[in-house]
Ligand binder design. Structure first.
Ligand code: MRU
Length: 366
């Protein structure tokens, strides 16, 4: 089946109230058996949703960064499997499970660095295996429910990260962040942005510095946009400016997200995170990583084993279709880097804040 361009919907209500005094953007939801995602590749200029009617459209949406951010693509993966399963006609469990093979592999092949896709798919596989006697139609319903649960749980997890992480933030702090680990990167509320949102709800006056995050500009297009919706004081800088601001004493704290954190606390996150962490070390600035446990991969000992996605050169040579580099120039476009655990002050999870060396304590709690 060839990929058809998804239907595009313009919506006037991208924000939903979750209680308290904050709003979160609706990043993704299931609507009438379709996966509806906010097309982040168009933000902030256009707020448009796409409706994915089959799993291949979901996979394409993940690849093209219509939806991005580790937890959000984990949720999309689960929803993609759930709608993919609906299209399978099978007589028994084995036939059904075999029919899901291409669905799993297509979705798994979209983006290699974020462990959340694998995490979500493994969760669905376990659910299927432990309910194999339930009948095919029941299994399809269970997959839908589980995908929706993964979305709902993600928001709760982020709020818990917010509660633990807010203790780190002092009244008056200026916090730097990289890429977008906000509502848009999750089911809602964000991971790195969660402590900021909670600190604000607690009445602390904070300022956020958003790195623009070349080449896809998630900090500029997404973090700045969503924090402004929340009334959080945000200032956009070029990636190159972080060190200069630190030297002037204008930054108190760094909080970033992660796509995959290894058992030893090495952190894979958006390219440029490693440089930011080294700058923090040099300037004695605490460097925290907000990581839901779904982004921690205890199966790998260190960051050396994290696959790093390399993306198309056009993301570097062009900005929104406009060429800015000479034709034929060689390009490396690594989408992520790995920050060694020695630069990480702490990892803020939904179960508490852990030093990288203490992650074994978190593993014991799971
Ligand atoms: O390429 P992206 O935009 O998917 O990269 C996203 C990031 O690097 C985020 O910081 C990470 O996924 C954590 S999101 C809570």
């Amino acid at each position: 089946m060839s990929y058809r361009g998804p239907a595009v919907y313009e919506r006037s209500d991208p924000f939903k109230e979750l209680g308290g005094d904050f709003f979160v953007v609706k990043t993704i939801e299931m609507v009438d058996g379709k996966v509806r995602m906010l097309d982040q590749s168009r933000l902030p200029l256009e707020v448009k949703y796409i409706d994915c009617t089959d799993y291949k459209m979901v996979a394409e949406g993940i690849k093209k960064l219509c939806i991005r951010g580790a937890p959000a693509i984990g949720i999309a993966a689960a929803m993609g499997v759930a709608i993919g399963a609906r299209q399978i006609k099978a007589m028994d469990f084995d036939e059904f499970y075999a029919g899901l093979g291409p669905v799993f592999s297509t979705i798994l092949s979209t983006r290699p660095t974020a462990v959340n896709i694998e995490w979500a798919i493994n969760r669905l596989k376990q659910l299927l295996v432990s309910n194999k006697e339930s009948g095919i139609e029941k299994l399809k319903d269970l997959l839908m429910d589980e995908a929706n649960d993964i979305l709902a749980e993600d928001i709760e997890v982020n709020k818990a990260i917010g509660r633990f992480g807010a203790h780190i933030i002092k009244d008056g702090d200026t916090i730097i962040t990289h890429c977008n680990a906000g509502s848009l990167a999750t089911g809602g509320y964000g991971t790195a942005t969660a402590p900021m949102r909670t600190a604000k709800e607690q009445g602390k006056k904070i300022q956020v510095i958003a790195d623009e995050t070349r080449p896809v500009l998630q900090g500029c297009r997404l973090t700045a946009w969503e924090l402004m919706q929340d009334g959080i004081d945000v200032t956009l800088i070029t990636d190159n400016a972080a060190g200069a601001l630190m030297k002037k004493g204008e930054i108190d704290l760094a909080i970033v997200g992660t796509d995959r954190t290894a058992a030893n606390g090495d952190v894979a996150n958006k390219i440029g995170t490693y440089s930011l962490a080294i700058l923090c070390k040099e300037h004695d600035i605490p460097f925290y990583v907000a990581a839901p446990t779904s982004s921690i991969d205890f199966s790998i000992a260190s960051g050396d084993h994290i696959p790093i996605e390399e993306r198309a050169p056009e993301e570097v040579t062009c900005i929104w279709g406009h060429r800015i580099a000479p034709e034929g120039v060689k390009v490396r476009n690594l989408a992520f880097d790995v920050t060694p655990a020695k630069y990480v002050t702490g990892i803020i999870t939904e179960k508490g804040v852990f030093k990288p060396k203490e992650l074994y304590k978190l593993k014991a709690m799971m």
